[in-house]
Design a protein around this ligand. Structure first.
Ligand SMILES: O=P(O)(O)OC[C@H]1O[C@H](O)[C@H](O)[C@@H](O)[C@@H]1O
Length: 326
């Protein structure tokens, strides 16, 4: 059973002002959708605070979501933007404190609370703000107290997560703040597991990672190597790039040589590039259509190269902004 939104409200345009963003809930209150007056929209499922849809003003979907994705809270969502915390991938062995957690941790399989929305509304001093300047931000929260007793036992730390999803006419920003509310330090990793929608993977190239060494997760033992100058995807790919300038270099996804998405990062020094290709897609029960790997590319900004150690009271913030380039 999926949790309900906290104090759901439908927020419509205010009479007398320029049209404002709207925020509405699904009939069962398990998902919230924000729409700008210019027509762009974003939908977030409270389960995992998973962004499941991001559309431009013509209704064109920018994220890939499996048609077999479970949206009922029984399994992490296959597609959109699942949120990875506090461990990326399979956890390390005991005695590491994440050892008993499932792959990619519990944030993507926990029910988050909707904390509210804010908009960049115009003030009387500014005059009516141009519709294409408007943005809307949705905030979601998760803390140790809202986890099941079982999950609390698997990772026994007091923490607070605030996840903000901000929609602009041409960008989507997702940002996570992790706060240590415990009286002892904890280690964690964070990753924004973004499934970008592409027309045809065979015409896709990726720029911005050519100077970044990467770990190839498909090699055994996993080997550190360097990327080609223009990355193309022609087979199963699972690379963890560590960008040498931290998070300052944008990553551009091109189709037929034309930029399609530009991903900028704040404080997230790794970028995972993942495509399951034919066999892996065939083996995933929730990956449909099976040929869907041709229409997706995961570009996943994260802080997963090492552990972020947070002392009591300290916070870590990481964010991505995805811009539509054409
Ligand atoms: O199947 P999931 O647990 O959602 O993981 C899907 C993929 O996530 C990341 O991209 C990892 O690098 C991959 O190794 C993993 O296969």
């Amino acid at each position: 059973m999926v949790g309900r939104a906290h104090k759901p409200t439908a927020l419509a345009a205010t009479p007398g002002l320029a049209p404002q963003p709207t925020v509405t809930f699904s009939p069962d209150n398990t998902s919230v959708t924000a729409e700008l007056p210019t027509g762009e929209s974003v939908s977030v499922l409270l389960y995992g605070a998973t962004v499941t849809s991001w559309k431009d003003s013509s209704g064109d979907e920018k994220l890939w979501l499996s048609t077999a994705a479970k949206l009922d809270g029984t399994k992490a969502v296959r597609g959109g933007i699942p949120l990875v915390f506090p461990v990326f991938g399979p956890p390390p062995s005991a005695p590491h404190p994440t050892a008993n957690l499932p792959q990619h941790g519990f944030a993507r399989t926990s029910v988050w609370e909707f904390l509210g929305k804010s908009t960049s509304e115009s003030t009387p001093a500014e005059g009516a703000k141009a519709a294409d300047d408007l943005s809307v931000k949705l905030d979601f929260g998760l803390s140790a107290a809202s986890l099941s007793a079982e999950t609390q036992k698997l990772w026994p730390f007091k923490f607070n997560l605030i996840y903000s999803v901000t929609l602009n006419p041409s960008t989507l920003t997702t940002s996570l703040v992790v706060t240590n509310d415990d009286d002892k330090p904890f280690d964690s990793q964070v990753l924004l597991h973004t499934y970008l929608r592409v027309n045809d993977i065979s015409s896709v190239s990726i720029q911005g990672l050519s100077n970044s060494p990467y770990l190839d997760k498909l090699l055994s033992p996993q080997a550190q190597t360097s990327g080609p100058s223009d990355l193309t995807i022609t087979q199963e790919t699972d690379h963890v790039y560590s960008t040498p300038n931290g998070a300052s270099d944008p990553v551009t996804v091109l189709e037929n040589g034309k930029p399609r998405f530009v991903v900028t990062r704040d404080n997230l020094a790794q970028v995972v590039v993942w495509n399951p290709w034919t066999e892996k897609a065939a083996g995933m029960g929730d990956f449909e259509p099976k040929g869907g790997y041709k229409n997706m590319l995961c570009v996943e900004p994260g802080a997963v190269g090492t552990w972020q150690t947070l002392e009591p009271g300290d916070a870590f913030e990481g964010a991505q902004t995805i811009s539509i380039a054409n």
